[in-house]
Design a binder for this molecule. Structure first.
Ligand code: NAD
Ligand code: ZN
Length: 247
């Protein structure tokens, strides 16, 4: 383990450009449940049963109740050492892009600036009728479901659901960020939800160095240059140059 950490540290230190892909795992040490397994369940529903256009059409109140519950958890959460380490790394590098599947906004809270939220944000609401979009940090939401100020129709969360397509402009920005960086760091993602799951493969095909940090092995661990099985909040702080910050 120690060898792998040193190898990864070396690769990261030598790179002047870095792209990072994060998933739910990086926020788990902030008390936000990940999606897979028991802890992702709410009232016995899995995220896959609630985060979809069909679920919302069938029962918008139920879906909103789940989002309101998640907004409360996220509202009370603070960035952990993993988030903070990534904001330090952004300061260190000439070029740095943080691509996140998370909708919690904790990377912004930690101080990262160049962020692509590929699945949108839980703090955004979008009208189901006129597409009017607003930021809303109210916890709990009132009324629930929220209604549009412009046309009174019901609003939906501004997130990308299962079965929905990430806007092409967002995908293009993401591909460009990976292409323009020497090294890609993949943190806390199970690597089973596309298109994020293929981003590491794409980086490898473009001859980038790819480093993975995850509690467990993932389907792509064996193709990456370094794969570290550990908590992101414990490993990421080892990657920035403490000496430069304190000297
Ligand atoms: P995931 O829950 O599938 O996987 C989390 C990964 O993090 C796991 O592989 C786990 O081993 C790892 N992990 C847990 N704690 C860790 C720690 N402390 N340090 C390092 N790794 C840790 O999350 P994912 O990969 O982000 O899921 C894919 C995407 O599916 C989600 O990001 C999400 O956008 C999407 N999804 C969306 C919704 C929605 O509401 N829009 C709902 C469910 C899933
Ligand atoms: Zn409207």
């Amino acid at each position: 383990m120690q060898d792998k950490i040193l190898e990864a540290k070396n690769i990261i230190e030598q790179a002047s450009s870095l792209s990072v892909l994060t998933g739910a795992g990086i926020s788990s040490e902030s008390g936000i449940p990940t999606f897979r397994g028991e802890e992702g369940l709410w009232k016995n529903y899995s995220p896959q049963e609630l985060a979809s256009p069909e679920a919302f059409r069938r029962d918008p109140s139920l879906v909103w109740e789940w989002y309101d519950w998640r907004r409360k958890i996220i509202h009370g959460a603070t960035p952990n050492a993993g988030h903070t380490a990534l904001s330090r790394l952004e300061e260190e590098k000439d070029r740095f892009t943080l691509i996140t599947q998370n909708i919690d906004g904790l990377h912004q809270k930690a101080g990262n600036r160049n962020i692509i939220e590929i699945h949108g944000s839980i703090w955004e609401l979008r009208c189901t009728n006129c597409s009017y979009t607003i930021k809303n940090y109210e916890v709990p939401l009132d009324p629930l479901p929220p209604v549009c100020d412009r046309c009174d129709a019901i609003m939906r969360p501004g997130t990308v659901w299962f079965g929905e397509i990430i806007p092409m402009s967002v995908i293009d920005k993401t591909i460009l960020a990976i292409e323009e960086s020497e090294v890609m760091l993949i943190v806390g993602t199970s690597g089973v939800v596309e298109p994020a799951a293929s981003m590491g493969l794409m980086a490898k095909q473009s001859e980038k160095k790819v480093i993975e940090i995850n509690l467990d092995q993932t389907p792509n661990s064996s193709i990456y240059d370094v794969s570290i099985q550990a908590k992101s909040g414990e490993v990421l702080p080892l990657f920035y140059r403490i000496d430069e910050i304190y000297n």
